[in-house]
Design a protein around this ligand. Structure first.
Ligand SMILES: [Zn+2]
Length: 241
């Protein structure tokens, strides 16, 4: 195996590692998005519940007000029964009429507030149904993501072992060092020189001397002779044919 071929083999493993690492970064993000969406649905449900609490409190408030007005009317009537003069009696009648009018208004308000309860309850039921449905889906999705994370980690471990083996097979440490330094900046590192003499990494046309060196390298490889690093004059990628 030529040194170039050993680098291409290493690069193939590194390509897999890069993809797995990207996926490993992306998976928790996807999970977080789904969870955030669910908490939006949960917020709707909480708002619906708070709406019901408010509506219940309104009904109870009117109920208490009505009870207080009824008590007041009873007190007025009791007091009125003990009165001696006609004038005072009439004054009490006027007061009782006024409070009765207030009571009527309050009872009407109470009925109106009670009329709102079914729609408030329907809103809760709808929000709860949506939450339950979404939660089932999100839980299943998150479980799948967790499984995938575990399997990507396992694949990554395997690929790292494979990489260590492939790196050992590169016969020339000079090539390996060059490759390792460049791979964090340029990807892929080892690229073909096209028939028109263009670097397949950055697409710059190479001078004829580079094409000649690449061809000589290929020939050396075929004959089992030593190969040299021939790099793109623009991006520094290792060129081969
Ligand atoms: Zn290039």
């Amino acid at each position: 195996m030529t040194v170039i071929q050993s680098l291409i083999d290493l690069q193939e493993v590194d390509g897999r590692i890069r993809e797995l690492e990207l996926e490993l970064k992306d998976l928790p993000r996807r999970k977080a998005l789904e969870t955030a969406r669910l908490s939006g649905v949960s917020a709707d449900l909480q708002a619906a519940k708070a709406g019901q609490e408010y509506a219940d409190q309104r009904v109870k408030g009117f109920e208490a007000d009505a009870q207080a007005l009824k008590d007041k009317i009873r007190q007025l009537k009791t007091a009125q029964a003990g009165l001696k003069s006609n004038k005072e009696y009439q004054q009490y009648s006027i007061q009782i009429d006024l409070v009765s009018h207030d009571l009527e208004t309050t009872e009407n308000n109470q009925l109106a507030a009670m009329d709102e309860l079914p729609s408030v309850q329907a809103r809760i039921a709808a929000a709860q149904a949506k939450f339950d449905a979404e939660k089932g889906g999100v839980d299943a999705f998150c479980a799948e993501i967790d499984e995938r994370i575990a399997s990507v980690k396992a694949e990554l471990d395997e690929a790292q072992k494979d990489r260590a083996e492939k790196a050992k097979l590169v016969p020339d440490p000079k090539f390996l060092l060059y490759y390792e330094r460049l791979r964090t900046k340029r990807w892929p590192v080892v690229v073909p020189l096209t028939h028109d003499g263009v670097c397949d990494g950055c697409h710059l046309v190479q001078p004829p001397s580079v094409s000649q060196m690449v061809d000589a390298n290929a020939k050396n490889g075929e004959e089992g002779k030593m190969q040299n690093i021939v790099a793109c004059t623009m991006c520094g990628r290792i060129l081969y044919r």
